[in-house]
Design a protein around this ligand. Structure first.
Ligand code: HEC
Length: 166
């Protein structure tokens, strides 16, 4: 094959990879949803639909994420660093070890009346990105949960969807 053709092929492959890195595909969103529900257990405070109806009564009240004004960068930051003086945990293992979050360290956190709880599990940066992809793709600004979205979310017309009129 001629060298110029190789170059064309290589550069179009590079463009394709760059494009997939920006637009989350369906499998990234599905992975983000799994992390939200299972490993990170966000739903215990924010609800499975991320609408603030928490799945565990004993947990703090997480706000409705469907109505958040945060963009992708703000979501990633909040998941990594949590919220100072609140019950929103920091999911980055190193959040308060080197000043990467709001320039604070563990010692500074003692000054806040409300201590952030430990996260159900810490997350890798890539996992945090996937959760942000899920939130942007399926949650933020998408309106309230309804029957059709519920069926799509669970992959079937399950018990949880009965409360939403068809
Ligand atoms: C232990 C309960 C708890 C868990 C677990 C939890 N959150 Fe939160 N979250 C909160 C609370 C409480 C707030 C409100 C913080 C405040 O007062 O500003 C919050 C705030 C947020 C915000 C900011 C919303 C806004 O509009 O300002 C985002 C985004 C968020 N949580 C996402 C997540 C995600 C994603 C997960 C899982 C990776 C998660 N949370 C896990 C309790 C929780």
């Amino acid at each position: 094959m001629k060298q110029s053709l190789w170059l064309t092929l290589i550069s179009s492959a590079v463009v394709a990879v760059a494009a997939t890195a920006q637009t989350p595909d369906a499998s990234d969103i599905a992975e983000g949803l799994r992390l939200y529900r299972q490993k990170a257990s966000c739903q215990s405070c924010h609800g499975w639909a991320a609408d603030g109806r928490k799945s565990d009564n004993q947990m703090p009240d997480g706000p409705n994420l469907r109505e958040t004004k945060l963009g992708r960068a703000g979501l990633v930051m909040t998941i990594k660093c949590g919220r100072l003086n609140s019950s929103m945990p920091a999911f980055d293992k190193f959040a308060y070890s080197d000043g990467r979050c709001y320039g604070k360290t563990q010692a500074d956190l003692k000054a806040y009346p409300t201590r952030m709880p430990d996260p159900p599990s810490t997350l890798q940066p890539r996992e945090i990105e996937l959760i942000a992809d899920f939130l942007i793709g399926k949650v933020v600004g998408k309106g309230p949960m309804d029957h059709a979205r519920c069926v799509e979310y669970w992959g079937a017309d399950v018990e949880a969807c009965r409360e939403f009129p068809k």
